[in-house]
Write a protein that binds this ligand. Structure first.
Ligand SMILES: [Zn+2]
Length: 103
């Protein structure tokens, strides 16, 4: 998957369109990402001992990777990801707008 944990992404589809957030978890098999502050769902919870309160809690739910774009912090733009092969054979991701190496 092109997008990984700790990347900043811009949501381009769905109810959180236009928001940015940091990727907290990536699920490559499902092509999904858990993004900080994005796609809150309400969940009903019952009290369990002292630790949890009963009621409705907001939880982030994973979103599809096709609904986000990587937000490049080098050029401050949502961007597509390209790849570049380094001299030592390592493949790195690059920003398609500013051509900077992302990792
Ligand atoms: Zn860039």
């Amino acid at each position: 998957m092109k997008i990984r944990k700790n990347d900043t992404v811009l949501v381009i589809a769905g109810k959180d369109r236009g928001k940015t957030g940091k990727v907290r978890f990536a699920y490559p098999q499902k092509q999904k990402l858990l993004v900080e502050g994005i796609n809150f769902i309400k969940k009903h919870s019952k009290a369990r001992g002292q630790a949890r309160q009963a009621g409705i809690i907001d939880l982030e739910a994973p979103i599809n990777v096709s609904n986000v774009m990587l937000f490049c912090d080098k050029c401050n733009h949502p961007t597509r990801i390209g790849f570049r092969l380094l001299e030592d054979g390592k493949k790195v991701r690059i920003c398609q707008s500013c051509r900077e190496v992302i990792d």
